[in-house]
Design a binder for this molecule. Structure first.
Ligand SMILES: *Cc1c(COP(=O)(O)O)cnc(C)c1O
Length: 423
């Protein structure tokens, strides 16, 4: 499609956008009486307007029913997590029994590695990306040490080539070949948090399975953003947070996926809790743990209802749209942002290096821009002018135009603010 850097063009695109009305389902923060240009939905998604209704419902039910709310609340608290499975399953290409809303991302990664990082003999290596999100690095390193290794002895990192920002698929496939039957686990972020690069999860998974490893993906930046087919791609496990593209609020309850073929195995190493126990006999309080025949077996505790209610509100909005609608708009919107950045760089003789892949198939809703010759000062001025984006050292601005609530006019307004900041 051909873009134009003009308000008229942006407005026209908004009129033509089938998701245009969805913006009104969210609270858009304001600064000096004006809606900000919010480009950090990859960090904390905006609040759906119906969140308050969902939380108030739980407050009312608690107030009026007390403990009976476990059975008689509008959405009974006892099976509360079950109200999320169908919507989540749709987002990750799984069946509802393969996913569960629970815990937090890093917690869940640990619980899953208890099951899926099982070093035995020389098969003890973990392949991950270099400079993974710090929490993932700490989780992997501490899992290695937990098994008595020095982290550096078993963790094999894959970095971009010198002078490049993204990790080439060929480099990952070659490393999998090289580590071969020493590979116990491959765990990478499906979408890189820094560059926004989308990995070819299907191909990489198949290669790692071929050498006999378990495969897990961290979907923090993939969930609600790009296409994922966890079941069909034969991925063993995955985990995600829900406060980024899923708009479930700060620290919201996260979620995980375990492939069906691993369900119901009582011998699988697992850290156990009562909510993972088969539900028919859970309240008979038996001595011996019998796992749920589903991803729910990884649950430890009963559902934190207040930390989950906002997510139900947000999933309602996702359920009203299709992946194709969201994807089509995401591609156009990030393409428009890319176009506007290139135009402004040309016009102002600035060097903005877009380190996210230029190929739309290798990216989701995020563009990361390396500001050569500009610095933190430019970013601070942009923020003061009403643009909320995300700064990463050394010199990168991450921006995520999100299809559910960002508009083409947002991108145009961003361009205007950037230009006046440059002057
Ligand atoms: C956002 C993010 C996290 C955050 O972890 P929490 O446990 O939710 O605090 C972890 N890993 C990646 C890759 C992320 O993008």
């Amino acid at each position: 499609m051909t873009f134009e850097y003009s308000q008229e063009f942006a407005k026209k695109q908004d009129q033509l956008d089938p998701l245009n009305s969805f913006r009104d389902k969210f609270h858009i923060p304001k600064m000096n009486g004006e809606e900000v240009v919010y480009l950090t939905g990859n960090s904390l998604g905006l609040q759906p307007k119906n969140v308050a209704t969902y939380i108030n419902q739980e407050l009312e039910d608690w107030k009026n029913l007390g403990v009976e709310g476990h059975f008689h609340a509008k959405r009974p608290w006892m099976p509360y997590h079950e109200f999320f499975s169908e919507s989540l399953a749709k987002l990750v290409g799984a069946s509802p029994t393969e996913v569960v809303a629970m815990g937090s991302l890093t917690n869940n990664l640990h619980l899953l590695m208890v099951s899926f990082y099982r070093p035995a003999g020389k098969r003890n290596k973990i392949i991950c990306e270099a400079k993974a999100f710090p929490s993932d690095q700490y989780a992997l390193a501490s899992q290695a040490r937990f098994h008595g290794f020095e982290a550096s002895d078993v963790i094999v990192e894959i970095a971009p080539r010198a002078g490049e920002h993204i990790i080439r698929k060929e480099a990952i496939l070659a490393k999998i070949e090289e580590v071969g039957d020493e590979l116990a686990l491959l765990m990478i972020g499906g979408v890189n948090y820094y560059t926004g690069q989308v990995h070819d999860m299907k191909t990489i998974t198949a290669a790692a399975k071929k050498v006999g490893a378990f495969v897990g993906w961290d979907l923090a930046h993939a969930m609600g953003n790009v296409e994922v087919n966890l079941h069909d791609w034969d991925i063993d496990f995955a985990a995600w947070c829900t406060y980024k593209y899923l708009n479930a609020g700060p620290g919201a309850t996260a979620g995980l996926f375990v492939h069906k073929k691993h369900h119901g195995d009582a011998n699988m190493p697992r850290f156990e809790g009562w909510w993972g126990h088969e539900k028919e006999s859970r309240f008979k309080m038996p001595d011996k743990f019998v796992p749920m025949n589903s991803a729910e077996a990884w649950q430890l505790s009963n559902a934190p209802v207040f930390a989950m209610a906002p997510q139900r509100a947000s999933l309602d909005i996702f359920d009203e749209t299709t992946f194709e609608q969201r994807r089509e708009k995401a591609v156009k919107l990030s393409g428009y942002l890319e176009f506007v950045l290139d135009e402004i760089a040309k016009k102002n003789n600035a060097n903005f290096e877009i380190i996210t892949p230029r190929n739309w198939e290798e990216r989701g809703s995020q563009l990361s821009v390396f500001l050569h010759g500009q610095g933190r000062e430019l970013f601070d001025k942009l923020m003061a002018a009403g643009v909320i984006a995300d700064w990463r050292e050394p010199n990168v601005i991450r921006m995520a135009p999100v299809p559910l609530y960002n508009s083409f006019e947002d991108v145009y307004r961003f361009g205007q603010k950037l230009e006046s900041t440059l002057k």
